[in-house]
Design a protein around this ligand. Structure first.
Ligand SMILES: [Zn+2]
Length: 651
């Protein structure tokens, strides 16, 4: 009798796959829930930062989030949706069915060799990589995973000294199988159609790391299809692994990370605690020490149809050359869409997805690599049917070739020998590689006058030099980097000494002149830009307002303002004097911290731009006193909910 029961138990265990430790998802559901208010979003964030539920997508701004729940968790989750009035739909009724269908399809499609009709084992990928025999490809090992698996890089080069270099990597997240399959597909594509890429390899070297998180990947094949992390042991915890894409040292332990080893977004015991992330960091640094210069780093993930660009660690933060990254992202997703109609969105990672600290694309950008991005590839779950490996790879490769082409076109430029433009007016806009501001040369400037020149250098590095100056002490010329997308001032330097070089990074500056009481005459200032193209920043709304008194309404012509606005209005009356800036109308999406849409007022005092207030909603702020009469009004909106804007007066 006992023996019979024992036998039955064995049969049950075998049938359910438990002898291999395979995790089952019977009765697990995936819900897509919609946050339409900040309160709902906050409730989701609390759940997300806990470790109970597997969030397939992260709660970003307002919008949809996919959450997997075990059968016993479902009542609690639905109760929470109900308490917060959140709408939801069931995206997958039974995750086991989804996973099982993939297992069957993958087994059926498998031909016993790598051919991109099925998802491969790590061993099969290694066999493919280590048997590459080509005069344009070299395979090397850049490190080992926690469990001792080799991490490979394939270098494509036609030989000679290092060329401008590009790094692609994939499968840092275990369950995102399509990422690794795309990585190996790209390698195979360059190998088998080498003739098509001869011209490219005259210009660049391409490195591909197709399988970073090999331990996690294998575990997701043999044990838990939804495993995301590495497989390192966490001291004092029975939970294993950390999220390698929270483990890089830039903005480590920041937004959307967890200190809980059981969380899927656990950031690890320290930056680069994982051998997998160490391997990438070491590879890049050692290559650079050997003369390699990386111009692009693209990391492949799934799913969401997104092209994410830095900074990803928080919303509203942008590198100075953001326009160049955005234009590349938009060109890349256009090329991708042209292949078979798949629609992607390109944008700043935290603005369109969610803020996340310690990610590889931010790390790479902060390290100094010009173009970096995270691709969240196609699909509505981590389970992408194997017959979509090749269609996905074809479209992603079209996008990656846009990156390659952009890198080829990105050439460091030297400074012009002499300024290509000259401006003599008080204020004005100058978009050029170099220019001279020759203002009131040898002529008087009245006390109290202020001028603002808007300077858009073509290239990333700007050198400014005062050639001559008749300004007295107390007067000044200031270079202020102004982030066109964040709407905030950055680096701020006084250009005081004739003949001295002042250097800046950025593509948008306010050059501000203030004049003290005394015998001032004019000056000649020259600036030159060099390096890589940063792209011309643009504003959704812009005005330079110089009448002594006036009123300005936005949007011009009425109606609602648009999504994703970045507007700048400069109030700088030609007649000097103290003034008051007052808002007479305000209708801007409201939340407690004005984190979605916001108006900011900055004034010039103590020789710098200072934010006086940031506000939203419909309550008019108290009028602002402007000691120098000079103010900046900036406006930002997010990707949902608009209003009718605002009107302000100055007098
Ligand atoms: Zn991922």
């Amino acid at each position: 009798m006992k023996a019979a029961i024992f036998l039955v138990l064995i049969l049950v265990a075998v049938a359910s796959g438990r002898e291999t430790g395979l995790r089952h998802f019977k009765g697990y559901k995936v819900f897509t829930t919609l946050a339409t208010t900040k309160e709902q979003l906050d409730a989701l964030r609390v759940l997300y930062l806990g470790s109970d539920y597997d969030f397939w997508t992260s709660p970003n701004g307002l919008g949809a989030t996919d959450i997997m729940a075990a059968p016993e968790q479902i009542p609690e989750l639905l109760k929470m949706f109900g308490e917060h009035g959140m709408e939801y739909t069931v995206k997958f009724e039974d995750v086991e069915t989804l996973v099982e269908a993939e297992r069957v399809a993958n087994a059926k499609a498998s031909t016993g060799r790598i051919d991109w009709t099925s998802y491969q084992t790590y061993d099969s990928i290694v066999e493919f990589l280590t048997t590459i025999n080509s005069n344009i490809a070299a395979v090397s090992v850049i490190g080992q995973t926690t469990e001792g698996r080799d991490i490979h890089v394939v270098k494509f080069s036609n030989g000679g000294p290092p060329k401008k270099s590009i790094l692609f990597d994939s499968n840092i997240h275990a369950r995102e199988w399509i990422a690794g399959a795309t990585g190996t597909w790209v390698i195979n594509e360059i190998l088998t159609n080498a003739d098509s890429y001869t011209a490219i390899l005259q210009e660049v070297d391409i490195y591909v790391i197709p399988m970073i998180n090999a331990d996690g990947y294998e575990y997701s094949r043999t044990n838990d299809r939804m495993w995301r992390k590495t497989r390192s042991v966490n001291a004092g915890s029975s939970c294993m692994g950390c999220d390698p894409n929270r483990n890089f040292d830039f903005q480590w332990a920041g937004e959307s990370t967890s200190s809980d080893p059981c969380s899927d977004i656990y950031y690890g015991s320290a930056p680069f605690s994982e051998p997998e992330t160490q391997a990438i960091d070491r590879f890049v640094r050692e290559a650079e020490a050997a003369g390699v210069q990386f111009y692009a780093y693209i990391t492949m993930h799934s799913y969401a149809n997104l092209w994410l660009i830095p900074w990803g660690y928080t919303a509203g933060a942008y590198p100075p050359d953001f326009p160049a990254l955005l234009s590349l992202g938009q060109a890349a997703v256009a090329a991708l869409q042209a292949v078979s109609g798949t629609v992607y969105q390109a944008g700043q990672g935290a603005d369109i997805l969610y803020g996340a600290g310690g990610t590889s694309y931010d790390w790479a950008k902060n390290h100094g690599i010009k173009y970096t991005a995270t691709i969240e590839m196609r699909g509505n779950s981590f389970v992408l049917p194997p017959e979509q490996i090749i269609p996905n790879a074809l479209e992603v490769w079209a996008a990656l070739q846009v990156v390659i082409q952009r890198v080829i076109e990105t050439v460091p430029v030297e400074e012009d020998p002499t300024p290509v433009e000259t401006v003599t007016s008080c204020g004005g806009e100058i978009e050029a590689s170099s220019a001279a501001i020759n203002f009131q040369l040898d002529a008087d400037i009245p006390a109290g006058q202020s001028c603002i020149w808007i300077v858009k250098p073509t290239f990333d590095n700007t050198r400014a030099r005062l050639v001559s100056s008749g300004l007295i002490g107390g007067s000044g010329i200031y270079f202020t980097e102004f982030n066109a997308y964040a709407g905030t001032p950055g680096q701020h330097v006084q250009i005081a000494n004739v003949g001295e070089d002042y250097t800046f990074n950025g593509n948008f500056f306010l050059v501000t002149l203030t004049v003290a009481v005394g015998a001032n005459t004019g000056f000649s200032l020259e600036w030159y830009s060099s390096g890589l193209a940063g792209g011309a920043p643009s504003f959704s709304g812009f005005a330079a307002l110089s009448t002594p008194t006036g009123s300005y309404s936005y949007p011009v012509g009425g109606g609602q303002y648009a999504n994703s606005e970045n507007a700048l209005f400069i109030v700088n009356p030609e007649v000097a004097g103290t003034r008051t800036l007052a808002f007479t109308r305000l209708d801007v999406e409201n939340d407690a911290t004005c984190s979605y849409d916001a108006v900011s007022v900055l004034t010039w005092q103590n020789n710098e731009y200072t934010q006086l207030a940031k506000f939203c909603g419909t309550s008019l702020p108290t009028p602002f006193n402007l000691p120098t009469g000079l103010a900046l009004v900036t406006f930002r909106s997010d990707s949902s909910v608009t209003g009718t804007g605002f009107t302000f007066t100055w007098a």
